[in-house]
Design a protein around this ligand. Structure first.
Ligand code: ZN
Length: 131
């Protein structure tokens, strides 16, 4: 039977696994890609895993215009999670779409001036749900 053959040890005890790979790339002990030291000697900082942002279509933002001191208006984008959205990236897109300055304040995006419709349009274009 085929199965019974596979279940038996394929290599007899006269050939160890390390000998099997001798002279092949598999024989090289693992080294760090960055410092090229052996992994056991590597002192590199662990690489931070890339953040996994959620699909914009699964998030809904609230966009409103606030009036600040001296009748200064700001367009505020609220309701997005900084864990799920790349707020800095979104801010830079909105800034260029509106031609306005902006900043992130307590997980909300603030753009200078009244850009309610343009912000909504741009966010819808990216894929966000907007209220
Ligand atoms: Zn290293």
């Amino acid at each position: 039977m085929f199965l019974s053959v596979v279940s038996r040890p394929v290599y007899s005890h006269t050939i160890s696994m390390s000998r099997l790979f001798a002279g092949t790339p598999f024989d090289i002990p693992p080294t760090c890609d960055r410092c090229e030291k052996l992994e056991s000697e590597c002192q590199c900082e662990p690489i931070e895993p890339a953040k996994e942002y959620a699909d914009p279509s699964k998030q809904s933002a609230r966009v409103r215009v606030d009036q600040r001191k001296h009748k200064r208006k700001v367009t505020v984008v609220a309701g997005l999670s900084p864990e799920k959205s790349d707020l800095a990236d979104l801010l830079s897109k909105l800034k260029s779409a509106c031609g306005a300055g902006g900043t992130i304040v307590e997980d909300q995006l603030e753009l200078q001036g009244d850009h309610l419709q343009r912000v909504k349009d741009e966010m819808l274009k990216i894929g966000y749900r907007v209220r």
